[in-house]
Design a protein around this ligand. Sequence first.
Ligand code: ATP
Length: 194
Amino acid sequence: MKILALTGGIGSGKSTVAEIFRILGIPVFDADSAAKELYETNPALRKGLIALFGRGIYDENNKLNTKLLASTAFNDPVRLAQLNKLVHPPVIEYFCEWKQKHGNYPLLVHETALLYEAGLDKLSDYVAVVTAAENLRIERVCRNKGWSPEQVRERIRRQLSQDLLKSKADFIIDNNGQLALLPQVIELIKKVQN
Ligand code: ATP
């Protein structure tokens, strides 16, 4: 079985490409959704989050206040590092369990924005990066999430650069709009399964 890590900066189109893999019958582990689930189900993570951000980080129904988390953690590099240190190990553990459950598939995809930051590259056989021009990424995120262009630029500045991701990747998926995504994904699958 091969593990393909699928990464890319904000608005590059990771989730869009991940959906194509799913449609083609390849299971995808979404690290972001896994983290969101674990924030609510993993007792040690909950405890760590409360210790770091206070009780108010969970509402009266025990749901994570994601807006508060984002506004507190993403504007403070020290807290963000502490948050990442808390969340990455359970996500990795969850991924390993998920991988076991999908042991009969020849290829699994691990979608994550924080591949190198979380050390997930070490769990992957291949890395594919989804890329798009910065102006397109900004436009897409503003439309999708209702953010301002400056908010998107700020997030881009805090992430690893697209050039660095490209230089480390085994495959580059071009999501600038001129090249269709489906044939690029099919080509990639052929290469990794060879
Ligand atoms: P994030 O890091 O925020 O999760 P992402 O890399 O997963 O972003 P997507 O959610 O796949 O990116 O794409 C961002 C937005 O851009 C979505 O609204 C998506 O529908 C849109 N989008 C992605 N690719 C294209 C495309 N080729 N043409 C038009 N819109 C696109």
